[in-house]
Ligand binder design. Sequence first.
Ligand code: FMN
Length: 406
Amino acid sequence: MREVAIVSRKFAVENSHTLSVAQAHGAYKTLEKLHTLAPLEIIEIIKESGLRGKGGGGAPAGAKWALMPQESERPSFVVINCDESEPGTFKDRQIITKDPHLLIEGILITCYAVKAKHAYVYIRGEYAQYQDVLQGAVDEAYVAGILGEVDVTLHRGAGAYICGEKSALLESLEGKRGHPRLKPKQPEPEWYFGNPTLVNNVETIASVPFIMEHGAAAYRAYGTEKSPGTLLFAMSGHVEKPGVYEAEFGVSMMDYINHYGGGMKNGKKLKAVIPGGASTGVMTAAEADNVQLDYESLRSMGLSLGTGGMIVMDEDTCMVSVLKNLLEFYHEESCGQCTPCREGTGWVDKLVGKILDKRGSSEDIDKLLEVAETMNGKTICVFAPAVSAVIVSFLSRFRDEFEAAL
Ligand SMILES: Cc1cc2nc3c(=O)[nH]c(=O)nc-3n(C[C@H](O)[C@H](O)[C@H](O)COP(=O)(O)O)c2cc1C
């Protein structure tokens, strides 16, 4: 397996969160080059690199940047999404603690390209200690004069999963309740207090300095044609060495699990993998044996790559119990704005609870699928459709376990 370190290159360096160590290892080198290029030229480079958003959806970053107005009477903003609340996902916290200056460098390049003077980093409520490290790096960057022309403000959320959804995040940043907004018919920027705003994930922005330094082709040299570059996969569950490891898109899942994860814990057999965070569905061991880690391969299986938060489960895992665990989370975290989500997440949680407690009947399995169907495509954001897809993925692959539990 080809080793690659685009966002993780300073992770092993001691004290790389400090400005002096980060600079000794090349931090902020791209800023000299930055002003030799026009903002639109930078957007073109990002488009050519094929960089895709790493917050779960995989949207092309360059096309999103190009939606931001180059001429505007209103100020433009950049917002970095560090909500990181998807179960199984813990990669952004590696960046903000191990190489916060890489993120700040990426923010400066992004702000220059979309003509923004102020960036916010929205951090999940539970990340207080990680926020302190990032704040320390921001403070050092201000003292060194790296920040000032562009401001960076950290904003801590209050611990709601839905506030990772970009429009709910912006509502929350505006001081309101974190409810997702209606989607526009045509692609347009996001809006923060009515001002054009770009929202990107931490890792997306942390990938930008490499592209600026080495060029679009160097980024494209990794990964596949449609999923270029790398992803910081976070691996948890029944492997010998859980952790966060950067790999290029397109590597085989089993190679990844064996190479970085050190294989299955205690020599047990693999049973199932959630490939990219709780909302991406589940696959069987046989499917995991044949799949490549890129957006297209996962989509062709009716699953998604999400954030690459891989949860590996061994032969002793009860799939009914895993689904119950996930549904409890969704029930707790539904923001309640849309009825199919608010009510549906409660219903599916109760139904799977009944099956798990061996109080269920085959009608409950049918009812579960019926409620999942009702939750799909009828809500403002994709929270409920994702829950629906998770249920379908479990039942289409492990139905026998649900029936055995009746
Ligand atoms: C329920 C829900 C939770 C989300 N949580 C996060 C999150 O924690 N971090 C993140 O970057 N994106 C999250 N997203 C995706 C964001 O809405 C958005 O697509 C992303 O921040 C855009 O950045 P990117 O294009 O760089 O991926 C979430 C989406 C949904 C529907």
